[in-house]
Ligand binder design. Structure first.
Ligand code: GLU
Length: 313
């Protein structure tokens, strides 16, 4: 069992900065190479700036949670020397905050109930970067013969502009055109990821979100929520996406192999190489501490910089 607090101190002191980073895995399986890259990238970015680093378990989706996965992920982080500050936050304990935010958006007229099924939306909506774009059917009221299923956020707004530290230039997105009114409370009653993550990042005081590039598309809706809930927008750095040999994103859904704590050094070496940090070959067999110390001294996130259009428009 992971003991609360064993992991609260890092050897890499001192700590004076205002930087607060986080790693937020969903407990759908053990840590694989893709999630190790996200954990390592966010840990290094935080620790290299003497910042704090929190871990949050995104366990809202009860159907997708795998028993034992959260403990396994925490234990693996521990084995890999990726120590966090404070207590681990579990989204499943934060329902009250989500409820209050939904009520606020409802009162402000920014959230509306929707009776449409996914199938209906796929019949009438255009395909966008994050799935079918909601065509606005229930914006002006849902049909009286059907109960509403979910709550959606009105996406009508000025263009969302943000900078990603891994992208040259500014990303500008017309949310209504590209994503449409997105779900903030699902038909099954669960609060949606966008709403939960924005509230939890703010509650932790996160200044820097460093996460996988597959979540770049999630950033514009999350920024809209931050704006409408009067929450600060953190800096963003989206890391390259780790893929398998046929080009599919490594994920727990595609049964990516778990990383092996017995070989933590070589896995960390590969993750650093993947993050374009060129660790010397001789560190392949080095103990975890030595590798992480090298990585902290040499962390150059600017090596991840790539031309614009990272957001698949
Ligand atoms: N829980 C999400 C995942 O495992 C990541 C959330 C985030 O970093 O914003 O993909």
């Amino acid at each position: 069992m992971i003991r609360e607090g064993i992991n609260q101190q890092t050897a890499h002191q001192p700590r004076q900065s205002t930087y607060i980073g986080r790693f937020a895995p969903s407990p759908t399986g053990p840590l694989h190479f893709g999630s190790l890259v996200a954990a390592l990238g966010s840990w290094l970015d935080a620790r290299a700036q003497n910042g704090r680093w929190a871990v949050r378990i995104d366990d809202l989706d009860r159907l997708r949670n795998v028993p034992g996965a959260a403990v396994s992920i925490l234990r693996t982080l521990d084995d890999f020397g990726l120590w966090w500050d404070g207590s681990v936050v579990y989204q499943s304990t934060r329902e009250e905050a989500y409820q209050a935010a939904l009520a606020h958006l409802q009162r402000a007229g920014l959230a509306f109930p929707c009776a449409c099924s996914r199938r209906e939306i796929s019949r009438t909506g255009r395909l966008g970067p994050a799935g079918y774009i909601y065509p606005g059917t229930c914006r002006a009221g849902y049909p009286t013969d059907r109960p509403p299923r979910s709550w959606r956020m009105l996406s009508r707004s000025a263009p969302i502009r943000f900078r990603d530290r891994a992208c040259i230039g500014i990303q500008q997105v017309d949310l209504e055109q590209m994503f449409g009114d997105f779900i903030i409370r699902r038909a099954d009653g669960l609060y949606a990821y966008h709403l939960a993550t924005v509230l939890d990042d703010a509650a932790l005081g996160v200044t820097d979100v460093v996460r996988g590039g597959d979540l770049l598309n999630c950033t514009p809706p999350q920024i809209l929520l931050q704006q409408k809930l009067d929450l600060p927008t953190p800096r963003y750095l989206h890391l390259p996406i780790a893929r398998d040999t046929v080009g599919k994103k490594l994920s727990k859904q595609t049964q990516a192999s778990p990383v092996c704590p017995n070989r933590a050094g070589p896995w960390l070496h590969s993750a650093l190489t993947f993050l374009k940090q060129t660790p010397p070959d001789k560190l392949q067999a080095a103990p975890v501490d030595e590798l992480l110390e090298w990585a902290l001294r040499h962390w150059r996130p600017q090596r991840l910089l790539s031309p614009p259009a990272a957001l698949k428009l």
